[in-house]
Design a protein around this ligand. Sequence first.
Ligand code: 5GP
Length: 123
Amino acid sequence: MSYAYDDQNIFAKILRGEIPNTTVIETEHSLAFHDITPQAPTHVLVIPKGAYVSFDHFASEAGEAEIIDYVRTIGQVAQMCGVDLGEGGGFRLISNAGRDGVQEVPHLHVHVLGGRGLGRMLQ
Ligand code: 5GP
C-alpha cells in the first residue's frame, strides 16, 4: 500500500510555521491547536508531525514512539481543556479520512470536541 502525501496542505504549512495557529500543546511528535471554525466550546485538532495522510497511513507506517506520543497527546488535550472524564462532561474524537469520510485537509488529524452536549451520531 502506498500513500501520497501533499506537502502543500494547510496542516503541513502550520507545522512548517508558514501559517499561524493557536497551540494547545506541542510534543516531540505531535501538535494540538484550536480549530479555526470551532463546532463546540472545545474543538482542538491533534496532528502528528510526521507526513501521514490518514489514520490508516499512520497506523501502518508510524513508529511506536510517534504512536504513543500521539495517543497520549490526544488524552492530554481532553484533560487540558477540562472535558476529560476526571474533571469534565466528556468529549468526542473524530478523524475523517478520504472521500467517503469527507476529509478536507489531507494530513491526519483527530478532532477533540467537547464542552457541550454533542448528541448521538450513531443510532
Ligand atoms: P476535516 O474535514 O478534514 O476533518 O477537518 C479539517 C478541519 O480543519 C476543519 O474543522 C477546519 O475548520 C479546520 N481548518 C481548516 N483550515 C484551518 C486553518 O488554517 N487553521 C486551523 N486552525 N484549522 C483549520
